[in-house]
Design a protein around this ligand. Sequence first.
Ligand SMILES: *[C@@H]1O[C@H](CO)[C@@H](O)[C@H](O)[C@H]1NC(C)=O
Ligand SMILES: *[C@@H]1O[C@H](CO)[C@@H](O)[C@H](O)[C@H]1NC(C)=O
Ligand SMILES: *[C@@H]1O[C@H](CO)[C@@H](O)[C@H](O)[C@H]1NC(C)=O
Ligand SMILES: *[C@@H]1O[C@H](CO)[C@@H](O)[C@H](O)[C@H]1NC(C)=O
Length: 466
Amino acid sequence: MAASISCLCFISLFSLFLSVASSSSTSPPKPTSISIQISPFSKHPSSDPFQSLNFLASLSISRAHHLKHPKSNSSLTKVPLYPRGYGGYSIFLNFGTPPQKISFVMDTGSSLVWLPCTSRYLCSKCSFPNIVPAKIPTFIPKLSSSSKIVGCKNPKCGWVLGPDVKCQDCDPSSKNCSQPCPAYIIQYGSGTTAGLLISESLDFPEKTVPDFLVGCSFLSFRQPSGIAGFGRGPQSLPSQMGLSKFSYCLISHKFDDTQESSNLVLYSGSDSGNSKATDLSYTPFQKNPEVSNPAFHEYYYVLLRKVIVGGTRVKIPYKFLVPGSEGNGGTIVDSGSTFTFMEKPVFEAVSQEFAKQMVNYTRATDIENRTGLQPCFDISREKSVNFPELVFQFKGGAKMALPVANYFSLVTDSGIICLTIVTDEVAGPSFTSGPAIILGNYQQQNFHIEYDLENERFGFRRQSCK
Ligand SMILES: *[C@@H]1O[C@H](CO)[C@@H](O)[C@H](O)[C@H]1NC(C)=O
Ligand SMILES: *[C@@H]1O[C@H](CO)[C@@H](O)[C@H](O)[C@H]1NC(C)=O
Ligand SMILES: *[C@@H]1O[C@H](CO)[C@@H](O)[C@H](O)[C@H]1NC(C)=O
Ligand SMILES: *[C@@H]1O[C@H](CO)[C@@H](O)[C@H](O)[C@H]1NC(C)=O
């Protein structure tokens, strides 16, 4: 979900750190795997469940705008903000020596890993109820013997701040410059964070990754925790660890607010000997041709060929399915988006097909107005409901047939169901850039999902994750 990065040169936290890190070496990859528990972000049980749906819909749209306009400074729509969790999935990672355990949103749509940092961490509009503990725990660099500030000349500084980062006080001829990498500011769909890059030990029970580049954020806006970027950038967790692949199985959002969890699995080294996962359907990751916006290169593009509703192929213009030369169009997979986003013409085709096939159920237009989702139906008086099946078919023929719970949300006790796919109401050229379809985590529930980086392919299979 990330995005614009700029420099906060006037802020310094030098005193918190001991020394300037030099660029580090990475250890040779061994074939191993690491399992991390992953659980849905706790969500506040709303007194108005429709408002809660509306909140998630707004959040998904706002996120989509940002993924599509990563350089823009601010959200392009006004987002109603309710303190009700994030609609995302979180993990815990251990940083430092001795390790400090910190919570992160697991995000394949951005690349930097950053944590709430220092005892003076300031977070505005960050009170998301039911996140335990209520106060966001912060990482304290002073308590870690392995914390090092990243120097301005360190190539890792350029990973985040770009190749043209200015190191004003450095002699251009000297490789030995004590000036730290300037502060970063990163904007997400509905929040912001700022801090300094540090190098730290990332600790797993089975192994320790030394000199891991991580953002030490001292100022954030609307962030429930840190964010672990799993995107394609060099600063992401998979890139820094040299993962050959990672996989997850997202348990249903109905377990939000519980202790239930499933595994995020990180694979290091080649697993050519491991052919156990052949029951997955695969489609190749697609390289986005666009070059002028480097942020798009952090995304995981796949080639969606067909959207099939109840056996009927929905007509979607080619330009939305395939990224054009300017990077418009195409489909990305994003764990940090809640509901799937479709650009308006795509959404309307899909939504209208559902409405057409479900015409004999009572349409709940007032609820559509309140939730921002459509179509919605009142099925409280129905004995049974025939839901049209929703299938995404990808390049190579891989078909993702979604469980109904992944695309119709039943609002508890109301008998109201709504299609959990969003679009934006704003027309016009400025909104038709970036990916046209963003496959959110709601649609990925109860699938085993694999990002096979070594073979550049995306794999999935239906699976009960709990
Ligand atoms: C972002 O905001 C800064 C300061 O408000 C402004 O100078 C800059 O032009 C803005 N950039 C964009 C892309 O809007
Ligand atoms: C690097 O900087 C340190 C401290 O400023 C200095 O003592 C040392 O001589 C420098 N080394 C080189 C190779 O420039
Ligand atoms: C709706 O009901 C009518 C009358 O029973 C029936 O003829 C029609 O096929 C139904 N439409 C759909 C899409 O099921
Ligand atoms: C929903 O909102 C639209 C536009 O704001 C309005 O025209 C329509 O009457 C509303 N429908 C209901 C059922 O409230």
